[in-house]
Design a protein around this ligand. Structure first.
Ligand SMILES: [Zn+2]
Length: 491
């Protein structure tokens, strides 16, 4: 799963401070050599502000917006289109998103959204299996698809002249997919094998699956995206087709095109391809079950002989950007950044540098879900330090922030890193398309995404203190420990 916020965090770790500084003083950062500077024109910044309000306004105008030239429109069949102009190279990334994810899998049919993602490559009335992929590779493009808890998406990156071609094929498989048992059943073996490779052969993935199941006591985020093996094994052609008929309709899709195109160009192409498709179904509102207020702290242990390095992790149930109250999700992003992002974070300084008990330690906020998010912590012991000791040390860092909040200096630095990550997030066309797609598929608006750094900049010390006090409550937490199993001795 990827999101603006995860992208932001990852970028923050990568982005050198110099990137931010270079752009802030009006020089083009290397990554944006051909692009519009991410800050307003110099004249606007250098105007002498006349009052405090003007100073604030001038400061706000220096906070970069993500893809300020992006725009959105709707086709007459209800399909939403987002265009993100990026003229640095003559290529485009075309990404078709559907509002159907693993959390929409019917009860007992876990894994069907992901199964359908695979089956979408099996050919249509007009184009046999493999033709679309062959065409993309023939023109030197790349393609793939992914399923999250809330969405399924298909994407291709091609030369700009090929945009009409991929739109034609993608529109075709939105309505013309043809599935027979002869193609469905072997593909079911493929997803079962994928599960074995990704989860069952990996104790850390098994533990994280069990932690999700414990964290979400009632919401389907507790069910693995790939599905439970015994349910996957029973998936049928009919299961896949009924999901396809219900959800793969233009009014349930968002098309994101990022690259060397204008909105007018995309509109013309979209009207000639997707625009010709009728609405096939009304999927209705996504009515997901809610979590009860958690009362019991949960703790899981997984021992496995394949584990060579013990590790510790903890997840707190928190809201997402969509479900949070104003400023709460932004405050959680800041909190995770200060507690555990990079070598200057509180966790790293305390556990790795000062106490020397951990080889690594950190925290993150996943806020891109439609219904819930997670505030995660992790640490790996150094030498033979026990996981109990590690856990107690993380607890102490968390207790400190719950009691005293963060400092003004920490807040200012975290905001500065957010601005840098906003700029850095625009470096990759496909991550931009993913960022806008994943946010908008969950109901956020174009400007919600564009103005993320501005909203983060408005977060106060009180916002962060309140978020820490409210959400870093042990009753909301699931702790997981991964340990090597003792080798069985035989007598
Ligand atoms: Zn897969």
């Amino acid at each position: 799963m990827a999101s603006i916020y995860q992208t932001g965090l990852a970028a923050r770790k990568r982005a050198p401070a110099a990137v931010f500084i270079a752009v802030a003083i009006g020089m083009a950062a290397p990554a944006f050599a051909e692009d519009k500077p991410a800050v307003p024109a110099k004249a606007e910044i250098s105007q002498e502000p006349a009052s405090k309000a003007d100073v604030k306004k001038a400061e706000a105008s220096q906070i970069p917006r993500i893809a300020p030239d992006a725009s959105t429109f709707q086709l007459s069949n209800g399909m939403t289109v987002v265009v993100i102009p990026d003229h640095r190279a003559p290529i485009v990334t075309h990404m078709a998103w559907y509002k159907i994810g693993a959390a929409d899998d019917p009860a007992g049919k876990s894994g069907v959204a992901h199964f359908l993602e695979h089956l979408m490559f099996k050919g249509t009335k007009n184009h046999p299996a493999g033709e679309f992929s062959a065409k993309v590779s023939e023109v030197g493009g790349v393609e793939n698809a992914f399923t999250t808890a809330d969405a399924t998406a298909y994407f291709q990156t091609v030369a700009k002249e090929q945009l009409g071609m991929v739109m034609g094929y993608e529109a075709d498989r939105m309505e013309g997919l043809q599935l027979t048992d002869a193609v469905v059943l072997p593909e079911r073996d493929v997803i079962l094998e994928e599960r074995r490779m990704r989860t069952d052969n990996n104790p850390a993935a098994q533990l994280s699956e069990a932690m999700d199941a414990a964290l979400y006591q009632n919401h389907p985020y507790g069910i693995p995206i790939i599905g439970w093996e015994h349910e996957m094994a029973g998936l049928t052609r009919e299961d896949a087709v009924s999901q396809y008929e219900r959800y793969y309709t233009p009014n349930n899709a968002i098309l994101v095109v990022a690259g060397d195109v204008t909105a007018d160009e995309v509109k013309k192409l979209a009207e000639n391809t997707y625009g010709k498709l009728p609405r096939r179904a009304e999927p209705g509102v996504r009515n997901r079950p809610k979590e009860p207020d958690p009362l019991a702290e949960r703790s899981l242990v997984l021992r496995d002989q394949r584990v060579s390095q013990p590790s510790w992790s903890q997840s707190y149930l928190v809201p997402s950007y969509v479900s949070a109250k104003p400023a709460e999700a932004e405050a959680l992003d800041i909190l995770a950044d200060i507690l555990g992002s990079g070598p200057t974070s509180r966790l790293y300084r305390s556990l790795v540098v000062e106490q020397g008990i951990a080889g690594s330690a950190g925290s993150y906020y996943s806020g891109n879900g439609l219904d819930y998010g997670r505030l995660g912590f992790y640490a790996m012991p150094r030498g033979d330090v026990s996981l109990d000791k590690l856990s107690a040390a993380v607890d102490a860092v968390i207790a400190e922030v719950r009691e005293h909040g963060i400092t003004a200096e920490e807040l200012a630095l975290a905001k500065k890193r957010t601005r840098a990550s906003t700029i850095y997030s625009q470096d990759s066309q496909s991550s931009l398309a993913r960022l806008f797609g994943s946010a908008m598929i969950s109901g956020q608006s174009l400007s919600d995404v564009q103005d993320w750094a501005r909203r983060v900049d408005a977060v106060t010390l009180t916002d962060v203190a309140q978020a820490a006090a409210k959400y870093l409550d042990k009753r909301r937490a699931v702790t997981g420990t991964l340990l090597p199993a003792p080798v069985e001795t035989r007598s």
